[in-house]
Design a protein around this ligand. Structure first.
Ligand code: SF4
Length: 363
């Protein structure tokens, strides 16, 4: 077993506990599986059961009290928080803050909760309604404002309040205004998380941004108004570079694995990087596509003259594209040199790798 891997059986029980305190919710997020599918009858975690679970873990550092569902709807949530504060250094949860009435805000502060994360996903009422499925933007903003003001009045610094934004094509333009909203509310922390898509509602691949920000969206986030002509020209140029200009209007789902990788390269080039890092570019593609990707890497290397680092176990790719090869064995460098030197190396680890790679079963 390589060093650094986890053992098959851990030496001690977990010290971080995630508990779903209810599966009921007062939002209908268009990105949430709960909105579209009922997987189980409504239920709340009781204090008694929380205690029974906690007894099984002698040492706890952190307890997270959210899963699918709104924790504030659990009638015992404040007692559960107070109990876990006697057992763990940090207790926190995510919330939609719809039911964060002034009374609950006061109890939340008194409960000792360390962190209160409010999922908002929008800076306007219309986008909030579209993403979260309910018309509660003004109420949520008012509730969070009330909580922060009460903390100020009582000189309390906990819970640490933060606003959360699941970024997608639907709301990304509101991100700068979202940061302004947090500042206006007196909330010091904003977190952006990526959309995990499951093809339900708005949680689709076409809506996801992770690694696929369009130029015009990037320009807006940089605070610039995009020049549409410049955007179109740049997109064409990049697609030509990766030889995908004829597929410019195709949807992601219509592209082959190799084409998707070429698009990923075009996206990376749009940011005009100093260095390009390819992580296993030929994994899970057929030999023809592997040859196409290899040719693309070579072409870009010659065209842009940028430093490229390719992480791969594909010897043929490495030999074709690399000026220098680095081979890692158990976390240390066991070879550094040219492809010719690698082929001639008498190092036992290099020889063993070469032999295994040449065997038919290793192809
Ligand atoms: S608040 Fe959470 S549990 Fe409720 S619908 Fe939204 S994502 Fe789902």
């Amino acid at each position: 077993m390589a060093t650094g891997m986890r053992p098959a059986v851990v030496g001690e029980l977990p010290r971080s506990l995630y508990l779903e305190t209810t599966n009921r919710c007062d939002s209908k997020c268009q990105t949430c599986v709960r909105t579209f599918r009922t997987l189980e009858p409504p239920a709340d975690l009781t204090l008694e059961r929380a205690r029974a679970i906690a007894e099984q873990f002698p040492r706890l550092d952190r307890v997270v009290l959210h899963g699918i569902g709104e924790p504030l709807l659990n009638p015992e949530i404040f007692a559960i928080i107070a109990f876990f504060k006697t057992r763990a250094g940090s207790v926190l949860f995510n919330s939609d803050a719809i039911s964060l009435t002034p009374g609950r805000a006061a109890r939340l502060i008194e409960s000792g909760l360390d962190e209160y994360r409010v999922s908002v996903d929008a800076a306007t009422r219309a986008t909030y309604r579209r993403v979260r499925g309910v018309d509660q933007f003004d109420r949520v903003v008012g509730n969070v404002r009330g909580l922060v003001e009460r903390q100020r009045e009582t000189s309390r610094t906990t819970p640490r309040v933060s606003l959360w934004f699941t970024a997608s094509r639907v709301n990304v333009d509101e991100l700068p205004a979202f940061v302004d909203l947090a500042a206006d509310l007196g909330v010091a922390e904003v977190y952006v998380q990526r959309l995990v898509f499951n093809d339900l509602g708005l949680a689709t691949e076409a809506n996801a941004l992770h690694g696929r920000l369009r130029l015009r969206e990037r320009a807006r986030l940089d605070g610039r108004e995009p020049d549409e002509e410049e955007v179109e020209r740049k997109v064409r140029e990049l697609l030509e570079t990766v030889e995908l200009d004829e597929s410019a209007d195709a949807m992601p789902a219509d592209l082959s694995t190799g084409m998707k990788r070429a698009v990923a390269v075009a996206r990376a080039l749009a940011a005009e990087p100093d260095c390009i890092l390819y992580d296993e570019p030929t994994t899970m593609v057929d030999p023809l596509m592997a040859a196409t990707i290899t040719a693309l890497i070579l072409r870009l290397k010659e065209k842009f003259r940028k430093t490229s680092i390719v992480v791969t176990h594909d010897v043929r790719l490495a030999e074709r594209v690399a000026d220098r090869l680095v081979m890692l064995c158990d976390g240390r460098v066991c070879f550094f040199g040219t492809a010719e030197e690698w082929q001639a190396s008498a190092d036992p680890e290099v020889e063993s790798f070469r032999t295994l790679d040449a065997m038919p079963s290793a192809q």
